[in-house]
Design a protein around this ligand. Structure first.
Ligand code: HEM
Length: 456
């Protein structure tokens, strides 16, 4: 708690400054207000809802790391998600701490590396299916394709081979419905759950569907006790601080939270790659050259990853320009002062990697897609919180290593076989919901890579 008498109130930006373009393009209107503030802490005034927008890397670091004990993950956004996630790894307080302790070892870079073989196998199979849908120049839709390959890969890591085709066929669309139907709740966070909003019924129905698939798998894993290394089997072996195994509900909450956190984010991030490559042919050529050289006509595997340096830079730049986790909030427990600005107890703090990643003072020519920004010598002196697509501090994304490996495998598997070409080369605009995703469908054809003696 701070009582610095010299602290000043934040400059307030009335909602009407957002309003002119808001209905036409909410993302652009939000981005303009945020980047115009050039890192200053501002307060958005939407009547009774007046959150602070925190975008300067020092300020972000203060809240997410330096004084994180004062900023809790509750209130706006999190309340809406609680009906899906329950109380686990995406919560806060003692239950979150407990989940984090249980899950951290599962997601260390060493452990994830051991899952790479299995991920690569699933990715190669999923890209075979994509090739079939795109055969003979047929148009495929980018976000559907990314969804399909990501879902298959993530479900494999979490469930191993324990989930039936029927379970899979229920789980994937249920999560898709959840992501879309929660939009109103996320955009109107001050409306209590008791007041119905569009999407609520579909949302709650899909949560039931998810439970109907996940609970039987947990029970089956307990019954078999076969020492599997998928995430559910690992959690079934964990003991809580009381020495007791986790309950079915605890495991369900963590597994569902991670599926929610890990599928939509990854597939939307990778969907942005295709318009980015179409608009930046020189980047595309450099990427193709690397993948041709490193992977060639082989199925992609763990052995290729160390040499995919430019691929990693492209993926990092993708998450700079299109950080799918574009906005996440905290609630201040006590009052605080950040860089001379007074924050009162109970205030909502908003973080937007989208704004911070587009600040001209940190990122010259911020809207240009330029993977060279992430060449190690160019990134060396950058502030840790100038780039935070995975958040930071104690809540930093647990799936970061999974994403990094999965994304490299998927990009390399697709580009070692195809040169995707968009059917409509006009720039793609973003739309905001739980993630920032392309506003329209992205049609593309998969032109096979021709290698002498190696048809794709
Ligand atoms: C492009 C991909 C991804 C992005 C952009 C992303 C982004 C984020 C962000 C910003 C947070 C911090 C939220 C906060 O501070 O309140 C977070 C947390 C989290 N993410 Fe991710 N994520 C991605 C992929 C994944 C994957 C693949 C998984 C799981 C396999 C995952 C699991 C989690 C979990 C469990 C947390 C909560 C950690 C905690 O609070 O202790 N994420 N993610």
């Amino acid at each position: 708690m701070s009582t610095d008498p010299r602290a000043r109130p934040a400059r307030t930006v009335p909602l009407r400054r957002l309003a002119p373009g808001f209905l036409r393009d909410p993302l652009a209107a939000f981005e303009k207000v945020g980047t115009d503030a050039s890192g200053e802490i501002i307060r958005l005034n939407a009547g009774t809802f007046r959150p602070y927008l925190v975008t300067d890397p020092d300020h972000v670091q203060h809240v997410l790391r330096g004084n994180s004990a004062n900023y809790r993950r509750k209130g706006m956004f999190w309340n809406a998600l609680e009906r899906l996630l329950g109380d686990g790894i995406l919560g806060d307080g003692p239950t979150w701490e407990h989940s984090r302790r249980n899950l951290q070892p599962v997601f260390t870079s060493r452990n994830v590396t051991s899952l790479t073989e299995r991920m690569a196998e699933t990715v190669n199979q999923a890209v075979d299916q994509m090739a079939w849908r795109g055969r003979s120049g047929r148009t495929v839709e980018a976000s559907q394709e990314m969804n399909s390959v990501v879902n298959q890969t993530v479900i494999k890591i979490f469930f191993g081979d324990r989930i039936s085709q029927q379970g899979n066929a229920l789980l994937v669309p249920a999560f898709e419905t959840i992501v879309h139907s929660i939009a109103f709740r996320l955009l109107l966070p001050f409306v209590p759950n008791a007041v119905p909003l569009p999407g609520d019924r579909a949302f709650l129905r899909s949560v039931k569907t998810v439970d109907s698939v996940v609970y039987p798998v947990i029970r089956e894993v307990r019954r078999l006790d076969d020492g599997g290394d998928d995430v559910i089997a690992t959690l079934c072996r964990v003991r809580g601080p009381d020495g007791e195994p986790l309950t079915d509900r605890q495991i369900r909450d963590d597994v569902v939270s991670m599926l929610g956190a890990g599928t939509e984010t990854t597939s939307v991030a990778l969907t942005w790659l295709w318009p980015a490559l179409e608009a930046n042919p020189e980047v595309a050529e450099t990427l193709y050259e690397e993948i041709d050289r490193v992977v060639g006509s082989d199925p992609v595997g763990p052995q290729h990853l160390p040499d995919l340096e430019y691929t990693r830079m492209v993926i990092q730049e993708l998450l700079r320009l299109f950080p799918v986790g574009w906005l996440f909030p905290r609630t201040a427990v006590g009052s605080d002062v950040i860089d001379g600005v007074k924050i009162e107890a109970g205030a909502t703090m908003l973080f937007s990697p989208l704004i911070t990643h587009h600040l001209e003072s940190i990122w010259p020519d911020p809207l240009t897609f330029d993977p060279e920004r992430f060449r190690p010598e160019n990134a060396r002196n950058r502030h840790r919180y100038a780039y935070f697509p995975f958040g930071g501090g104690q809540h930093q994304c647990l799936g970061m290593h999974v994403f990094n490996i999965e994304a490299q495998l998927i990009v390399a598997a697709i580009l070692s076989r195809f040169r995707p070409k968009l059917t409509d080369p006009r720039p793609v605009k973003g739309r905001i919901a739980a993630t920032v995703r392309p506003r329209d469908k992205i049609g593309m054809t998969l032109q096979p890579v021709i290698r002498t003696g190696h048809p794709a």
